[in-house]
Ligand binder design. Structure first.
Ligand code: 26W
Length: 826
């Protein structure tokens, strides 16, 4: 049957090939005769990109034509990973491309492997933003991302002599996915002073002037949806000197150095992503990044709104802005400034528009991660914004005083300004006051923010302003792309791939639970994914691991609250136990491969010590002849999105073992279960809801609950004499201190943080119950058939955790936006 091709389709593999060849020979000016895999990648990417652009333009024109309300997702991080594979799958041309490349002599997997990850994020928050973009496009919502185009993304991690070494990640060499918009340029000012001016009508106006100006240039990235022509936009800003090049006067006068210095100063703003996850460093350059990005984005949004010639009142009916954590909280102040200083609206009218526009998502309760900026720094860098923050605070506190007369203590507690030395600005408080909705990212986390860090704001604003929207992940990347075999098997059983757009359809798998062949196919795919990972481990570490072993994986940023130290202590316990066994006893043990991956912030010394201990244990265990295949300890270098796509489908068990109440949600927990791995985890973050959905036979939970944590910490703090350590944990520490894993001095501080330092993350309190949970894992893994049943059951019940569900909740409860599909050609 004949139908018109979608904008993103090819007429067949021949047309695809022609396009690849054309790009290799003309755009890249290379010959097909000596075209390598990188050349083939570049050609394929450019061929596909031509199609995306058509759909992208159509979408943007449609959205402008309909004048629909848009959401703007402001995030300092977008951890996109690779684009080619995802884009081919989303627009449905992967098979065509595979066939075409095949005939040209290339394996598509090798071609895909040429692409550099876009690693513009640290961890959970950045990857969530990327999943949200995929869901927004797939659901046909008009939604843009706004971020920074860092020249260097998160550093590359090398492990040298067991230590983490950071190497810069320059990712822009050849990037077919970005479109520079040299016509979209915004001037951004820093420093300067504020002058008051009396108008003819007697009102006073504030004029901010005399500062340093840099330019923001837009770079756009198309975001294709799955099985739709809708293609959204991600706009990232790059900084450059205002004069375009550099100061030619200085240059001509021979002052080359200062001319170049000035250029570098401007370019520095978007040069590098801060590699801190969950720790606020408070650096001036970071504040400059935040204002630069927020100001450029707002000017762009306002310029687009103004083209519709609507009155300002209607701004919140056309624009929703979501603040991804407090990093963009200055947008609240910037919009207020534009509305009063430039657009001359009254303060109250402006503030009404501001609060109806913004929503704020909180992603952490860790006190060290809550952003605070020093008042003198803000005063110096953004003098007018500082005044406006004082005004916002004054009017807010006046309102509180009116509602709760005489409650001085409450005023102190909710003031944006903290009376520290020097004073500081609590950005989360500013974000709450300037938004109409505040949300946490999992039920437990949202409860915690309502009852702990933001409880005084619940008193002031009431409960309705504080909602929960549980995180989700995109099944397109995290099932269909990462695990094509499993995705195909599921399609076969469900009679189609609609589950990729409505993940709740997965529950149809339950009908096939008793099908022996299905269970076997299911476990064969898991095995094949483990073989794929084992091969990678062999190639990169020279260590052979047996894919028949139980694969136990913990991959995430290294942080004391995530407790990789507890995992490695558990592994040492296992090692000591195995060593103490007689050889015939050992034969009954379940062989295990413990796999770690993750980066430590460069300045986070304790996290680096944890990495050092993991590699040290691996060095000893992996060549112990008594142990052989019974235990291997692997650290995978440079964990990133593309590696996650290979690692996650290969887990039997993954670890989500944060101290209860510290992990806001976690999202890799969802990815692992969606790929048929079970989880061992604490009652924390989204683990709680995952277990609720899949049933507690399908998960291994352990440890103290969040509500007991404060009391346990208190006991550690005041305990005299020090409590005696659990026997197993003591044996582990003794082995380390005896030098079993090399120089014990390296690891003393880590042990001391537990034995002497108050054990803030409660490793000693949870250790025994962790070991018990691991024993249960061993026990149940032996029965492969019931394991298969658990794995299938878990996947079948994961429908809730699609980021599509998450995005619909944001759209309905916060943004008030509707889908605007691009009409399909008939
Ligand atoms: C100012 C320094 C800084 C940098 C990044 C503070 C805080 C952050 C992020 C908010 C940390 C982060 O990524 N949080 C994670 O967000 C995920 C998405 O909601 C959650 O799944 C994780 O539990 C949470 O740790």
């Amino acid at each position: 049957t004949w139908r018109k091709l979608a904008a993103t389709e090819f007429k067949g593999k021949e047309e695809f090939q022609r396009e690849v060849v054309r790009h290799v020979e003309t755009t890249l000016a290379r010959s097909m005769y000596n075209c390598d895999e990188l050349g083939a990648y570049s050609g394929a990417a450019l061929a596909l990109r031509d199609r995306l652009v058509i759909a992208w333009n159509k979408t943007q024109q449609q959205h402008t034509f309909v004048d629909s309300k848009r959401v703007y997702y402001l995030s300092l991080e977008f951890l996109m990973g690779r684009t080619l594979d995802n884009a081919m799958l989303n627009v449905g041309v992967k098979q065509t491309a595979r066939d075409g490349l095949d005939e040209l002599g290339f394996r598509i997997e090798d071609v895909i492997d040429q692409e550099h990850d876009a690693a513009l994020g640290n961890g959970g928050l950045g990857r969530l933003a990327a999943c949200f973009l995929d869901s927004l496009a797939t659901l046909n919502y008009p939604g843009w991302g706004y971020g920074l185009r860092y020249r260097y993304g998160i550093f590359k991690q090398e492990i040298i002599d067991g230590h983490q070494v950071e190497v810069p990640d320059y990712w822009l060499d050849f990037n077919p996915w970005e479109f520079p918009r040299h016509d979209i340029v915004v001037d951004i000012m820093f420093y300067g002073y504020v002058r008051k001016q009396i108008e003819e009508d007697g009102t006073t106006r504030s004029i901010w002037e005399g500062g340093e100006v840099v330019q923001a240039v837009a770079y756009d990235y198309p975001i294709p949806g799955f099985d739709t022509e809708n293609t959204n936009n991600l706009r990232l800003w790059s900084s450059r000197p205002a004069s375009g090049e550099f100061d030619f006067q200085k240059f001509n006068a021979g002052d080359y150095e200062s001319a170049v210095r000035e250029q570098q100063r401007a370019e520095t703003i978007s040069a590098v992503l801060y590699p801190n996850d969950n720790i606020d460093a408070g650096k001036e350059l970071r504040l400059k990044q935040q204002y630069f990005w927020v100001s450029a984005s707002l000017h762009d949004i306002i310029r687009r709104f103004k083209k519709t010639h609507r009155p300002w009142d209607q701004f919140p009916e056309r624009v929703a802005i979501q603040l991804n954590d407090t990093h963009p909280a200055l947008a609240i102040v910037e919009l207020q400034r534009i509305l009063i200083d430039i657009e001359h609206l009254s303060y109250d009218k402006a503030w009404g528009i501001v609060t109806r526009t913004f929503g704020y998502t909180n992603h952490t309760v860790l006190p060290e991660a809550l952003e605070k900026w020093s008042v003198p720094l803000m005063q110096h860098l953004l003098p007018r914004h500082m005044q406006i923050i004082y005004d916002i605070n004054l009017f807010f506190l006046q309102g509180v005083e009116k509602k709760f007369p005489g409650d001085r203590e409450l005023l102190m507690k909710v003031s944006i300004i903290e009376e520290s030395q020097p004073q500081s600005i609590r950005m989360a408080f500013l974000a709450i006051i300037g938004s109409h909705k505040v949300n946490g990212v999992a039920e437990l986390h949202s409860d915690l923010i309502r009852t702990t860090i933001f409880k005084d704001f619940v008193t002031v604003f009431g409960t309705d302003k504080f909602i929960n929207i549980t995180n989700g992940v995109t099944p397109r990347r995290w099932l269909h792309q990462a695990n094509p075999k499993l995705s195909d098997l599921i399609s076969e059983k469900l009679g189609g791939d609609s589950f990729l757009k409505d993940l709740t359809l997965l529950d149809g798998l339950l009908e096939h639970l008793d099908d022996k062949q299905f269970r076997k196919d299911w476990m064969d795919i898991k095995y094949a994914n483990k073989v794929r990972l084992a091969k990678y481990i062999k190639e990169t570490t020279q260590i052979a691991v047996n894919p028949a072993s139980l694969f136990d994986i913990q991959v995430k940023r290294i942080h004391e609250y995530k407790r990789q130290q507890m995992n490695i202590f558990g592994i040492i316990h296992r090692y000591l136990t195995l060593k103490a066994m007689k050889p015939e006893q050992r034969k009954k043990a379940v062989p295990r491969v413990s796999i770690f991956g993750g980066k430590a912030a460069p300045g986070y010394w304790m996290a680096k010590t944890i990495i050092r201990l993991i590699t040290a244990v691996g060095d000893v265990v992996n060549c112990d002849k008594d142990i052989g295949d019974l235990l291997k300890v692997i650290f995978i270098e440079d964990y990133n999105v593309s590696k996650a796509e290979m690692i996650i489908p290969a887990s039997d068990i993954s670890e989500h073992i944060s101290t209860a109440g510290t992990e806001a949600s976690g999202t890799s927990n969802m990815k692992f279960v969606l790929n048929g791995g079970l989880i061992i985890g604490t009652v924390d973050g989204a683990n709680v809801e995952i277990v609720e959905q899949i049933g507690d036979e399908q998960a291994f939970t352990f440890g103290h609950l969040a509500h007991s944590v404060p009391e346990l910490r208190h006991q550690h703090h005041f305990a005299k004499p020090k409590p005696v350590l659990d026997k197993c944990l003591k044996a582990v520490f003794d082995a380390i201190l005896k030098g079993t894993f090399g120089t014990p001095e390296l690891f003393e501080p880590l042990i001391n943080s537990i034995t002497e330092g108050g054990d803030y993350y409660l490793v000693s309190d949870d250790f025994q119950s962790y070991i018990d949970a691991q024993s249960l894992v061993d026990e149940l893994y032996v029965d492969k058939d019931s394991w298969a049943e658990r794995s299938i059951t878990a996947v079948a019940k994961m429908g809730f955790f699609s980021s599509d569900r998450t995005i619909v909740e944001y759209a309905e409860q916060i943004w008030n936006i509707e889908p605007v599909p691009v009409p399909r050609q008939k």
